[in-house]
Design a protein around this ligand. Structure first.
Ligand code: HEC
Ligand code: HEC
Ligand code: HEC
Ligand code: HEC
Length: 379
């Protein structure tokens, strides 16, 4: 009896700063599970190659992949396969990714990648692997139907563990001489396959699959639970500290922002003009950069961030973008006496301040000047 611990990829989170921090935490703890091999998924590129490489090195994560290359040099990024020897049996473990999966990275400057056809890749690799080992295991980051198609095309794979899939198989599927296994994403279940391998030729004799759901019936591991709680507390402390740099102390708790939908009823023409302006898209730009939870950006890209009853990223109020009241002040103070015009004329430099702007790029942006800037949005 021996155990191979395998994963077919997509360990990393989605493309937000928050999930990047979570991903590092996960990598740190994944190390202690003692994986023998991990296949490459497109999510592993979400935070850029540098971050991925740092995770592999720092936490000894044994990634492997046979079909993703640097487009410039043509070199594989990871070991083409791994050989794990157990009780005299040599397991050759390899992995392929789906060329139709888009690799998108949050990193400003990343390398370009090239993903080769999985069938051609395996046709070339399997005979070479079979010369060196007894049992060939494919970590197939292709989801299940393309994996099945590949197994019909390429002989000589004994076991295929499927990734990039939302299905768990309660029992194995057999395609030709190969056993296909699948356990669902996000660590919601653990898939265990008891595989009886022939000692002489490494062929799979029989398989028994157990899918264990990690639900409330499974006790939390106290050490891991403590680590998770500590991590969540640290994340909350960090969030509070970042927010504290932009305290919500201006204006008055008795006043309210009514949103531009309110103003639209009476100032229809101005509303239409505003909709065409960049102010009406200021939050969209943050989302595109996955920065929509960062106080250091929200302060200028939303309405009333430092004011009582203004935009709140926790409640996701309808005050995203630079709306009417970001310049004119609380709608509840609407008095038709010219005050709201005065306020608006003085509002610009709270945000159009090049020294306070992390997004300022002198090659792209003009320095703020009231007359010329107002002209572009005049109403
Ligand atoms: C019920 C109709 C109505 C709504 C809703 C309304 N306004 Fe007005 N507003 C008026 C009228 C009428 C005037 C005075 C005539 C004018 O200047 O068009 C006025 C004047 C103004 C003025 C110029 C005078 C001043 O006080 O500076 C501004 C600025 C203004 N509104 C902004 C807003 C904003 C911002 C909103 C949404 C929060 C809003 N209005 C909602 C009817 C409305
Ligand atoms: C002090 C105010 C301020 C802060 C803080 C701020 N921005 Fe901006 N941002 C602006 C202004 C003003 C513009 C429009 C400048 C122009 O077009 O002249 C802008 C423009 C942008 C644009 C539009 C595209 C472009 O390059 O012009 C993006 C995207 C952007 N900011 C992202 C961010 C991100 C991400 C952060 C946080 C890291 C941030 N901003 C923080 C004021 C700010
Ligand atoms: C970027 C800041 C800004 C935004 C956003 C903005 N305004 Fe204004 N608005 C101004 C300024 C500044 C003036 C005064 C111009 C002047 O007369 O010098 C003004 C003037 C007005 C006036 C008075 C017009 C007049 O003829 O006297 C109204 C009404 C008004 N805005 C309504 C709105 C409404 C409604 C919205 C949202 C749909 C809006 N504004 C969005 C800056 C803004
Ligand atoms: C609450 C912050 C805030 C205030 C107040 C504000 N702006 Fe802006 N402004 C922005 C942001 C953020 C952008 C960029 C939006 C984007 O492109 O995503 C922007 C973009 C602009 C642009 C577009 C630049 C371009 O290249 O087209 C002009 C013009 C502009 N603002 C003028 C003004 C004027 C004039 C005022 C005052 C009357 C003003 N703004 C007040 C935040 C603000």
């Amino acid at each position: 009896m021996t155990t191979l611990v395998l994963d077919s990829g997509d360990l990393f989170g989605t493309r937000t700063k928050k999930e990047q921090v979570q991903t590092e935490f996960m990598c740190e703890h994944t190390q202690s599970f003692g994986y023998d091999a991990i296949g490459l998924g497109e999510r592993e590129f979400n935070y850029g190659w540098e971050f991925f490489e740092k995770m592999m090195k720092t936490y000894r994560l044994p990634y492997t992949n046979a079909n993703v290359r640097d487009a410039g040099t043509g070199e594989l990024l990871l070991p083409e396969f791994l050989i794990v020897e157990r009780q005299g049996i040599k397991f050759g473990v390899c992995s392929v990714m789906d060329p139709s999966q888009k690799i998108i990275s949050m990193s400003a400057k990343d390398r370009d990648y090239e993903i080769a056809d999985p069938v051609a890749t395996m046709r070339d690799l399997v005979p070479r692997l079979r010369e060196q080992c007894d049992t060939v295991v494919l970590l197939s980051h292709l989801s299940d139907r393309p994996t099945e198609a590949l197994l019909r095309e390429v002989q000589g794979i004994d076991l295929a563990v499927i990734g990039h899939s939302f299905k768990s198989y309660n029992r194995e599927r057999i395609v030709g001489d190969c056993v296909m296994l699948s356990a669902v994403h996000e660590g919601r279940v653990i898939g265990r396959a008891d595989v009886h391998v022939n000692n002489d030729d490494g062929k799979v004799m029989s398989v028994q699959v157990h899918i264990t759901s990690l639900d409330d019936a499974v006790d939390d591991d106290p050490v891991m639970l403590q680590a998770v709680n500590d991590f969540l507390q640290a994340a909350e402390d960090r969030r509070v500290a970042q927010r504290a740099a932009f305290p919500r102390e201006m204006g008055s708790e008795d006043e309210a922002f009514l949103t531009s939908n309110n103003c639209k009823a009476c100032h229809t023409g101005i509303y239409q003009e505003w909709r065409q302006s960049k102010h009406a898209q200021a939050y969209t730009g943050l989302r595109a950069k996955s920065m929509q939870f960062e106080p250091e950006c929200l302060v200028c890209h939303t309405t009333g961030y430092q004011y009582h009853n203004g935009f709140d990223e926790q409640e996701r109020t309808s005050l995203s973008h630079v709306q009417c009241e970001a310049c004119h002040g609380y709608g509840t103070e609407h008095a038709r006496n010219g005050d709201m015009n005065d306020k608006a004329r003085e509002s610009c430099t709270a945000c159009h301040d090049e020294d306070k702007r992390p997004c300022y790029d002198e090659t792209k942006h003009d320095r703020f000047e009231y007359a010329t800037f107002w002209e572009k949005i005049a109403h």
